[in-house]
Structure formats: structure tokens, C-alpha cells
Design a binder for this molecule. Structure first.
Ligand code: FMN
Length: 185
């Protein structure tokens, strides 16, 4: 697939088919994730692929995290239950983790690199006709989930990507880049 086509056609996918994701594509996503610009070549990333029975654990952690965040709301349990079921409705998730540098400037630049790595994964998935859904939210800070992933305090979850075949591809509008651009000459 042409890179220009991938950049313009990739969209966040909200609904997935139940079909399994080929392991080869998950490996390709991760292999190509790391070819991003990265100041000082710190390579600050780690990835965890969650699929199969492990999704049950991740779904349960997400339910608990979302319940805790929304506990004041009367519909908290329904929101949390949906958050759980959403995880189970997707064949695989990839968690992207940043190894935190003690130098805050380097940590900030490393964060930029990890987000690019996540974006690379979304583009590779798209090129292989898969869809992705980039998530942050309460699960990424939820200690039991972090402990389950065996993370240490110097590691931060940057995102988890749902990965699966799209059931539907949305077409969100964008303000043209040129409307946000000044050309100086
Ligand atoms: C850093 C980052 C965090 C995001 N976190 C979430 C999230 O927690 N929940 C969500 O629904 N979408 C999340 N998204 C996805 C955006 O909502 C999505 O990319 C945006 O709607 C634009 O749609 P597109 O990907 O189809 O271009 C996140 C995206 C980024 C870059």
C-alpha cells in the first residue's frame, strides 16, 4: 500500500469483526514500530501483546479501573461493564510502554518516540487491512493492571491498541492542514 494512501485512509476503528488476527501481522506491527525517529536512539519502548485467555484478565482490569473512575455516577456499573466487553470484542490488544528516563527532557522526547511507534503500528495494521483503536484512560494508570504486566515504577503505559479486522471504517473530517499554516518567505 502506498504511504500517502495509508496516511489519508487510516482511521480509528470502533467496531471489529471477531476474526482472529494473524500472529505474523502482530509481529510485523511491532517489528516496524521501532523504526521511528528517536533522539539519542534511546529505544525507550516495550510492547505486550494480549490475546486469547489473557484478554479476560485485561477486560476485568479495565472494568475495575473504569468503575473506580466513574463510581460517583449512577450508571457506573453499566459503563464499566461496557468497558470490559469492549476488550473482549477485539481479538488482540498491544500495550505500548515507555521506559522512563530520569532526565525529564529525555523522557519527554522518549514519549514522542513511543507515540510515533504506536502510530507506526496503526499504519502497518492498516496496510494489512486490519484496524486499530488507540486507548489511554484509567486502565493505563491502574496499579493491578500494571502489576499484572510486571511493570516497574520506571515504566509507563503510553497506550493500548485494539487490533482486529474492521467491521466499519468511519470517515472523520479534518480541518485542512493549510488552514493551520503560516508560510514565511
Ligand atoms: C495520545 C492518544 C490517546 C488517545 N486515547 C484515546 C482514548 O483513550 N479513547 C479513545 O476513544 N480514543 C483515543 N485516541 C484516539 C483518537 O480519539 C482518534 O485518533 C481520533 O478520534 C482521530 O481519529 P482517527 O484516528 O480516525 O484519525 C487517542 C489518540 C491519541 C493520539
Amino acid at each position: 500500500m502506498d504511504i500517502i494512501e495509508a496516511l489519508s485512509q487510516r482511521r480509528t476503528i470502533h467496531q471489529f469483526l471477531p476474526d482472529p488476527v494473524p500472529e505474523q501481522v502482530l509481529r510485523e506491527m511491532i517489528d516496524l514500530a521501532v523504526f521511528v525517529p528517536n533522539h539519542h536512539l534511546t529505544q525507550p519502548w516495550q510492547f505486550v501483546v494480549v490475546q486469547g485467555d489473557s484478554l479476560e484478565h485485561m477486560a476485568s482490569f479495565r472494568e475495575q479501573a473504569v468503575l473506580a473512575k466513574n463510581r460517583e455516577k449512577p450508571q457506573a456499573e453499566a459503563i464499566a461493564r461496557k468497558a470490559k466487553l469492549d476488550v473482549l470484542a477485539v481479538p488482540a490488544s498491544i500495550v505500548a510502554i515507555q521506559n522512563l528516563d530520569p532526565n525529564p527532557f529525555r523522557a519527554e522526547e522518549d514519549y514522542a518516540a513511543v507515540t510515533m511507534a504506536v502510530y507506526n503500528m496503526t499504519l502497518v495494521a492498516h496496510a494489512r487491512h486490519l484496524g486499530t483503536y488507540w486507548h489511554t484512560g484509567p486502565l493505563v494508570y491502574f496499579e493491578p493492571f500494571r502489576a499484572w504486566l510486571d511493570l516497574n515504577p520506571q515504566q509507563r503505559i503510553i497506550a493500548y491498541l485494539f487490533v482486529g479486522y474492521p467491521a466499519r471504517t468511519p470517515h472523520p473530517e479534518r480541518i485542512a492542514g493549510n488552514e493551520r499554516t503560516r508560510w514565511l518567505s
